[in-house]
Design a protein. Structure first.
Length: 383
């Protein structure tokens, strides 16, 4: 369905509601920019939706500049943005578009096909095409277990735009432009000497931020099979994008995958990781696996002050007492423990499995992990 409100009169109730039509339109416009070669991260698309909601969709210029400001970061992409904007929003033909990505025909207020060419004086027609469906937005929220192999490939491309960030305060100090923090006597004296002995401003220092280590433990047991492929893509994005990320696979044994996933080539990294793990889709001894991590890596130093993320459904076949004891050890040394459970998004889910219930008291954050959108939210929790 295509809605064509008059921009000069405002789009009526279309601009006053935030529904799937409006959001789907904005996401679809960002997708057109991607297909035209413009790099548009998912975070920027979210900011674009919020920006248009703030400025309103009833006028052309705010919509244009909201996208120009949020979505475009390179001077050479401005021409492409203008061309796609004309084609997508105004219905002007774009010869460089692929046939499969050409916009739907605009309709006038009576539902007839709009075939009139744009005015010769350069003035653009005043109507806005709104679509009611967005493949990208639905795919971001679709459960991994219900995705086809082709959809999982598209999700892997979406996840590549995610940046895993975690920081902590450093002991190193730097000058602060704000009037708070530790008083910097030397900087204040230098400022005073430059102003002829008059104290015009008290200078301050503040601690800098440095990367915090992130440890990812991914359950590769049989119950996690519908989710493992997508989660491995997330692990690869995290490891290849930062220098202080460690990745492990946990099934019937513990396998370190940091070296295999550090390759920038996604296919190579995943192939090496699959070859490295010998207990795919096997049993689950999650408590013993966490204990092995604690003994060999975590307690000696890797988990100390780190953010430890466990990606598992919590269906452990081992002794719940072992799970509780090892999670308690891990919780004592880690800065934060986060449990990512794909089953948490299920209607009526409760963490009643023995392993999950035993681990729950030692978890700082218990979040979902069934879709690309939930993994993007996980990145925000870690940050």
């Amino acid at each position: 369905m295509v809605i064509s409100p008059d921009w000069s009169n405002g789009p009526g109730n279309v601009a006053e509601r935030r529904d799937a039509s409006t959001v789907g339109l904005l996401v679809g416009f960002a997708g057109r920019l991607r297909r035209a070669g413009v790099a548009v991260p998912v975070d920027n698309v979210v900011q674009y939706v919020r920006a248009v909601e703030a400025v309103g969709i009833d006028r052309r210029d705010p919509v244009y500049w909201a996208g120009r400001t949020v979505l475009i970061h390179r001077q050479e992409d401005i021409g492409t943005y203008d061309r796609i904007f004309d084609s997508f929003w105004w219905g002007n033909p774009d010869p460089s578009d692929l046939p499969t990505s050409s916009p739907e025909p605009l309709l006038d207020q009576e539902g007839e096909r709009a075939v009139d060419p744009p005015p010769s004086d350069g003035e653009r027609p005043s109507h806005l095409a709104l679509v009611s469906y967005s493949d990208v937005e639905q795919l971001r929220r679709k459960d991994f277990a219900a995705c086809t192999p082709e959809e999982l490939e598209e999700i892997s491309r979406l996840l590549r735009e995610t940046q895993v960030r975690a920081t902590q305060r450093s002991r190193r100090m730097r000058g602060s432009r704000r009037d708070h923090g530790r008083h910097d006597t030397r900087a204040t004296m230098r400022q005073t000497l430059r102003s002829g002995g008059e104290v015009r401003r008290l200078m301050h220092r503040e601690p800098t931020a440095r990367p915090r280590r992130v440890v990812l433990l991914c359950d590769v047991s049989g119950s996690m099979e519908p989710y493992v492929r997508a989660l491995l893509h997330f692990l690869h994005v995290a490891v290849a994008g930062r220098v202080r990320v460690e990745a492990f696979a946990v099934g019937t044994r513990l396998t370190r995958l940091t070296r295999q996933l550090s390759s920038r080539d996604a296919d190579t990294a995943l192939r090496q990781a699959i070859e490295r793990v010998v207990d795919w889709s096997g049993g689950t001894r999650l408590g013993e696996g966490i204990g092995s991590f604690n003994d060999r890596f975590g307690i000696p130093g890797m988990a100390r002050g780190a953010i430890v993320v466990i990606l598992s459904d919590g269906l452990d076949r081992g002794d719940p007492a072992v799970m509780a004891g090892e999670m308690a050890r891990l919780h004592r040394v880690a800065h934060q423990t986060i449990w990512v459970n794909p089953l948490k998004a299920s209607v009526g889910y409760e963490p009643l499995a023995r392993g999950m219930a035993a681990a729950l008291p030692y978890i700082d954050q218990f979040v979902e992990g069934h879709s690309a959108a939930s993994l993007e939210a996980l990145v925000g929790v870690m940050a």
